[in-house]
Design a protein around this ligand. Sequence first.
Ligand code: NAD
Length: 260
Amino acid sequence: MLNGKTALVTGSTSGIGLGIAKALARQGANIVLNGFGDVDGPRAEVLAAGQAAGARVAYHGADMSRPADIEDMLKYAATQFGRVDILVNNAGIQHVASVQDFPPERWDAIIAINLTSAFHTTRLALPGMLANDWGRIINVASVHGLVASAQKSAYVAAKHGIVGLTKVTALENATTGVTCNAICPGWVLTPLVQKQVDAKAAALGISNDEAKKVLLGEKEPSMQFTTPEELGELAVFFCSPAANNVRGVAWNMDGGWAAQ
Ligand code: NAD
């Protein structure tokens, strides 16, 4: 379905971004990976997922808190594959502390990586998408783009912000072939959340499995983690012709979290 298209997925060396990159590669899209840590493992996984469909894979190590790196990555994507057709703004970090104890430098980093980076990628990718009259911008927000939790001021502010950016981008391009939508996961068991499971286990003196149940029980009625694979399939849907007129939505995949 996506042969000949190019997808840039930020923060795709791990977790949700990797799941989305694999799902898009399976549909034949060429992928530009981005993120820190091991690159060879994720690259091999995405190549394997896209092999039957003939997807190619490239990587750029832009630090999403640095606008100059982001510009360089967009230029690199154009050099590798000609254009970015699908932009998945996914890179994100978390820090848990009350407002009065929140380290200002962590606030700045979360706003830069979880929100401002998406402004830069979007403004840089849009001209190419509009010239081709086809594009998909998918912002990985969170259920925290819709509702709040204590101790997550920067994250909740950034995620509410990215839902707003999603709506504005969708409206400004509503008469074109470029759509912009957000995905709002509840708990997904990635390294970002495992840290919170570990903290809960340590604080309550309970096992890892018990801590997962406590975490789910506080917020997620289904008592199930959403998986990167499920989120990948939602991204594929947003890229499909059936989603041509889905514009500016913030789509929960949260086990009923925000329905309460
Ligand atoms: P993760 O920690 O598994 O992956 C984060 C990715 O972002 C990694 O590839 C990492 O290298 C990359 N990254 C971090 N800082 C970066 C930077 N400065 N520049 C470039 N890349 C950087 O986390 P995840 O859970 O897969 O989170 C992905 C996105 O999903 C985030 O935006 C997160 O807020 C969102 N999200 C996660 C959950 C969850 O429960 N895990 C729920 C809702 C939303």
